[in-house]
Design a protein around this ligand. Structure first.
Ligand SMILES: C[S@@+](CC[C@H](N)C(=O)[O-])C[C@H]1O[C@@H](n2cnc3c(N)ncnc32)[C@H](O)[C@@H]1O
Length: 224
């Protein structure tokens, strides 16, 4: 049985044209430096106020931490984790279990920018993150044999982790975790499932939720 994690509406995108000409943005963009092409709230905070939906954008660091957490987990090493990145602009990528994500944040940003610009990454870089040529809806509709859970602070609070997944893990699960800083899921995501679950009475960082969900699943499936 497998756990599929969709990191949804991740704040990963190239700097939008509408703010590229601002002097504070333009001065840091370099054609030779892929990482400078990525929208990053830490660098573009003041002009990001111009962007619609800005609370969910410009946070590649969230995706970085989620990927490091998920890919390093025993569940991934055992071959029972499927991982997808869905971006705020509806791009969808499959992450191979073998991918080696750079620990260095700037290198990670460079590779993500290259992925968005060239829609591929050369083998020696990070060959194993590949674009999926279908919509999130199509991907979800294919998972007919899986239970679907959306993790959100606004969901039904589950205090006992054994209630999250069936005890003998006789079913496949698709779980959705937001890859953004603030705000809530769009309607497009919420229509994936009516099963909205909260695992804490506090709002947690995405990477903490990724870590907890994977750990609960590992314990219940006896993967150490
Ligand atoms: C920083 S939060 C987004 C902020 C939003 N106010 C929230 O708490 O859901 C990023 C993601 O972490 C997950 N998350 C955060 N707190 C959670 C909780 N208490 N229970 C379940 N998932 C949570 C959700 O998937 C959320 O989209």
């Amino acid at each position: 049985m497998t756990l599929t994690i969709i990191l949804a509406e991740c704040g990963l995108e190239l700097i939008p044209d509408s703010i590229r000409e601002y002097p504070s943005v333009k001065k840091n963009i370099s054609r030779d430096n892929y990482s400078s092409q990525l929208l990053d709230n830490a660098l573009h905070h003041s002009v990001m106020k111009e962007l619609k939906n800005n609370l969910k954008r410009g946070r590649p660091d969230i995706l970085h931490l989620c990927l490091l957490n998920a890919l390093g987990a025993p569940l991934n090493k055992s071959g029972n984790l499927n991982l997808f990145i869905h971006t705020i602009n509806n791009k969808l990528f499959k992450v191979s279990p073998e991918v080696r994500i750079p620990k260095n944040y700037n290198r990670f940003k460079g590779l993500m920018a290259k992925l968005l610009i060239e829609n591929k990454i050369e083998p020696d870089d990070i060959s194993l993150i590949s674009p999926i040529r279908k919509s999130l809806d199509e991907l979800i509709n294919q998972q007919t044999d899986s239970k679907k859970i959306i993790f959100t602070r606004k969901g039904k609070l589950v205090r006992i982790y054994t209630e999250l997944f069936t005890s003998n893990l006789s079913e496949n699960y698709v779980v959705v975790i937001g890859g953004f800083q603030k705000s809530t899921f769009s309607e497009n995501i919420l229509k994936i499932s009516k099963n909205l679950i909260s695992i804490s009475d506090k709002s947690l960082h995405s990477w903490i939720v990724v870590g907890k969900v994977i750990t609960y699943y590992e314990i219940l499936s006896n993967i150490i």
